[in-house]
Design a protein around this ligand. Structure first.
Ligand code: BG6
Length: 603
């Protein structure tokens, strides 16, 4: 998934584009590029690598009246300068930047090559430049309107033509595109944070609409050319993209979890832990069963949330991988509430799953950290986590915020369904409200995580185990290690381990166990002894005061004690810090792990 940006106006064009690309870079950092008009022709500057490298070569746009920019997460074609955007037409008179995938690019390319077009890249996106070149007859809006119906897939793209300096035209289908109107000119981008500090008004583009930007003017048209009038919205708070004294955004965002939990709960529970109106329609609580779909880290949060919805609200609840569920499910039982969890609210697999659920007649609820996101805008209702903007590609504070949002939602359901007594509900509510203090207690404590990480950072394989509520936490801990250290790592329900994965163990394999107090604590101890019998080295994350675990595990990381339901959540910062330290020891960029992007807007 990539980030696109465009600017027309009187400001320093290349600077404005690079400034926006720096914000968009978490969306993909394989290569970056800009194009702008200069002395009647188009200047294109591209680099393989981070935006910082691009800013070194993007100067000299004085006199330009507009341009485009792009940061790439490669899907079609290797990471090369030739495959970097902006991509141009045969004669270089127009340039294109695109986020998403043109699914029918190879048939279009064959047609265009048969007509004599010469392609310079292996990308799917370049077909748009050549189609626009063919369709262009002096009006860029007409050209774009002519080519959109020929394209299959999900995308957002913008086009800039040498012969219409100061005019930008763009469109979208499922991938995000927002416009900005400002005193110094107008912008378009994949997300408003790329330019919000420079505009007074935002305009969101819907599917198959064409945006036409000239100077400070911003217009929307339908594919038939009909004008579309859409009221503008005020830009949100500026992004804080400063990591302060922390060595990385990931380290900063791990430390911000107490505030993320506090902020998220403040809109859902009162200071005594009692449910407060969080703006959800009451009909939503008539649900008879729930399905939750998500991807990556959000899927692990959904798993935890489902266990709480079943236990506290006595509601049947299943969790699905969005990209699988979307194509497998043909019908939903009446009374199904479909919940979609996504920090960005832009993940294509989750968006498509939401659209599918809505088409099957389900009521849909989005849980997201981005209020302006597509998922929030296309769902029936939304719960916003208040974790603040997350820049580190590996999700941390948004995971914890998602779990506590689902936990508070479970309490809302429980109290409406009378599934928990008032005392029980208030006890859990108060415990949720105490979580920020317990997270702070661990984060400020003198824990052994770094010392343990330093000792095991050269290991070549890790196994994570958990039971019950500990399983989603073990899965998430393992994912963090995989994402940022690239070490082959597996995670299993501890009871399942002996039915196969135990074969992976060898002398000293580090086995990380989520071992807080739980009804299956003794079963977990047996599993720990099973892996130790194979020579593996067990690192247990256990509740404060659990001296027994010191007899069973090789190392113990103690975390503040909590109930069986919420205890495993206290293990999260320990597992995040373990992964962080191992990756740091290996000299890796923890904020920009290889091959990953913060949000994937392609299926
Ligand atoms: C991946 C990210 O691209 O998407 C993960 O690298 C994330 O960190 C996953 O968990 C899902 O993203 P979202 O925005 O839908 O929660």
């Amino acid at each position: 998934m990539c980030g696109i940006i465009g600017y027309v106006g009187g400001g320093p064009v290349a600077e404005r584009l690079v400034e926006g690309l720096e914000v968009l870079e978490y969306r993909g950092y394989d290569s970056a590029g800009v194009a702008f008009d200069l002395d009647g022709s188009l200047e294109v500057r591209r680099v393989v690598g981070p935006v910082a490298q691009l800013s070194e070569v993007a100067g000299g746009s004085r006199g330009a009246s507009g341009g485009l920019g792009h940061t790439r997460w490669a899907t079609h074609g290797a990471v090369t300068t030739e495959n970097a955007h902006p991509l141009t037409s045969c004669a270089g008179e127009l340039a294109v930047v695109l986020n998403g995938i043109v699914e029918n690019f190879s048939s279009l390319r064959a047609e265009l090559e048969a007509d004599g077009h010469r392609f310079a890249s292996e990308t799917d996106a370049e077909v748009v430049a050549h189609l626009a070149e063919d369709a262009y007859a002096g009006d860029l809006v007409a050209a774009v309107a002519a080519i959109v119906p020929r394209l299959r897939g999900h995308f957002a793209f913008a086009v800039y033509h040498r012969d219409e300096p100061g005019r930008l035209v763009a469109t979208r289908r499922a991938c995000p595109l927002v416009l900005g109107r400002g005193e110094e000119g107008s912008y378009l981008a994949s997300m408003s944070a790329a330019f919000s500090s420079r505009v007074e008004e935002l305009i969101y583009v819907e599917d198959n609409e064409i945006a036409d930007l000239r100077g400070g003017e911003v217009r929307l048209h339908g594919l038939g050319g009909e004008p579309i009038d859409r009221p503008g919205e005020e830009p949100g708070a500026d992004l804080v993209s400063d990591r302060g004294a922390h060595p990385s955004f990931m380290a900063k965002e791990i430390a911000e979890q107490p505030a993320a939990i506090r902020g998220t709960l403040s809109g859902m529970l009162d200071s005594h832990g009692g449910p407060i109106d969080c703006g959800l329609p009451s009909a939503l609580f008539d649900a008879e069963q729930i399905v939750i779909a998500a991807c990556g880290t959000a899927y692990h949060a959904a798993l935890y949330g489902a266990y709480l919805l079943e236990e506290w609200a006595q509601l049947p609840c299943r969790v699905e991988i969005a990209s699988e569920w979307r194509y497998r499910t043909k019908r939903l039982a009446p009374g199904t509430l479909a919940i979609f969890v996504s920090q960005s609210g832009e993940t294509a697999d989750t968006l498509q799953a939401q659209a599918h659920a809505a088409a099957l007649g389900a009521r849909t609820l989005a849980i997201s950290n981005v209020g302006e996101s597509q998922l929030v805008r296309q769902s029936d209702a939304a719960l916003l986590t208040k974790a603040g903007f997350e820049i580190g590609v590996a999700a941390t504070k948004t995971f914890t915020a998602q779990v506590v949002a689902l936990a508070a939602l479970a309490l809302h359901f429980a109290s409406r369904r009378g599934a928990l007594s008032e005392e029980q509900a208030s006890a859990y509510g108060q415990e949720l409200r105490r979580l920020p203090m317990l997270f702070e207690k661990f984060l400020e404590a003198d824990h052994p995580v770094f010392e343990i990480a330093d000792r095991i950072s050269e290991q070549q394989f890790f196994l994570y185990l958990g039971r019950g509520y500990g399983l989603p936490i073990a899965l998430e801990g393992a994912l963090k290690l995989k994402e940022i250290s690239y070490i082959p790592t597996d995670a299993y329900a501890a009871g399942e381990m002996k039915h196969g994965p135990i074969a992976l163990l060898s002398e000293d394999t580090p086995v990380v166990c989520v071992a807080t107090a739980s009804p299956t604590y003794e079963k977990l101890v047996s599993n720990i002894l099973e892996v130790r019998a194979r020579g593996a080295s067990v690192i247990a994350v256990a509740s404060d005061g659990d001296e027994e675990m010191q007899h069973h595990a090789d190392e113990v990381i103690f975390v503040p004690k909590a109930s069986c339901e919420l205890g495993p959540l206290l293990c999260v910062p320990a597992l995040q810090l373990l992964a962080l330290r191992v990756a740091e020891r290996r000299g890796l960029n923890v904020d920009r792990p290889r091959n990953l992007a913060k949000t994937v807007t392609v299926e």
